[in-house]
Design a protein around this ligand. Structure first.
Ligand SMILES: NC(=O)c1ccc[n+]([C@@H]2O[C@H](COP(=O)([O-])OP(=O)(O)OC[C@H]3O[C@@H](n4cnc5c(N)ncnc54)[C@H](OP(=O)(O)O)[C@@H]3O)[C@@H](O)[C@H]2O)c1
Length: 266
């Protein structure tokens, strides 16, 4: 059985990837704090400092790099600073470190998890992800880049925070393409088994929704009745939102409303 190292294995997608791969590989996770799963080999480390990185790749044939640091995703809402800069320590510096150690250790496949539209966006977090993709392409280790659209958990977290306000301004005509991280994890697991695939087919959910529908379905599912003010969206913003959808790529089965029915708010 090959050993697969998963970074970010304690995160939303990472947990799903671990679950999808446990029966097929020896699964190892590099994490800042050890998880509980006894079927996983836990390596304590930190991509931002490099601690544990060398140990984590030693003897691994495959690396799935799903760790990330998005301050906006962590807090569940955007601040003006999110439009100026995004910390590069994990996504860029950490990717560089991990790649270097993977190359030295002779890793056969480095799979990088990314986001649809990073090459067309000017949002700092997306630029950081795109820079990491470019490192992977040039890193000297056979690679795959696997891009997904926006995960359901993040939309749920953001709407949960936004709903504390009495009134939410929504550029309702913007499109969004939410996806279940578990559906994507199954796709990642399959692609990893096929070996390095370069830039792989994108992955999205089964439907592209207008933002107003996403919010309406969330309100119904969560029973939250704040007022929604529909505001117009400039053409540039509408284009930017469309660039983050991928209706022509591979699609999962789980709709936003299915997901809301089966997941409690975090
Ligand atoms: N969220 C989305 O909508 C979305 C959509 C498409 C693609 N993606 C991509 O999918 C991947 C996973 O995203 P996610 O939503 O599952 O993120 P997440 O839940 O925020 O998980 C991030 C993971 O990265 C780890 N991490 C953060 N800083 C670290 C460090 N210094 N050293 C080691 N590990 C560190 C976290 O560990 P701790 O628990 O220790 O913090 C956590 O396990 C990312 O590449 C992301 O860009 C996300």
């Amino acid at each position: 059985m090959d050993t697969v190292l998963i970074t970010g294995g304690t995160g939303h997608l990472g947990r799903d990837v671990v679950a999808a791969l446990k029966s097929r590989y020896r699964v190892r996770v590099l994490a800042r704090s050890r998880g509980q799963d006894p079927d996983v080999e836990w390596i304590k480390g930190d991509l931002a400092t490099g601690a544990g990185v060398q140990d984590s790749v030693s003897g691994a044939q495959i690396v799935i790099h799903a760790a990330t640091l998005s301050p906006a995703a962590r807090r569940g809402y955007l601040l003006p600073t999110d439009f100026w800069r995004s910390p590069p320590q994990v996504d860029v510096d950490g990717t560089r470190r991990l790649l270097e150690e993977a190359r030295k250790a002779g890793v056969a496949h480095f799979a990088y998890i990314s986001i649809v539209g990073v090459d067309r966006s000017r949002i700092p977090y997306m630029l950081v992800k795109h820079a990491a993709e470019e490192l992977v392409r040039a890193g000297g280790v056979p690679w795959s880049v696997l891009r997904a659209t926006q995960f359901h958990w993040l939309a749920d977290r953001m709407l949960g925070k936004a709903s504390r306000m009495p009134l939410l301004a929504v550029p309702g005509a913007l499109v969004t393409h939410p996806v279940d991280s578990r559906d994507f994890a199954a796709y990642v697991a399959d692609r990893v088994q096929e070996g390095p695939g370069g830039d792989c087919e994108t992955f999205g959910g089964p439907e592209v929704l207008e933002l107003r529908d996403l919010v309406r379905q969330w309100q119904q599912a969560r029973g939250r009745k704040f007022r929604v003010l529909n505001v117009p969206a400039p053409a540039r913003l509408r284009r930017a939102a469309r660039d983050m959808t991928a209706p022509n790529g591979r699609l999962g089965d789980t709709t936003w409303s299915d997901w809301l029915r089966t997941h409690q708010p975090e």
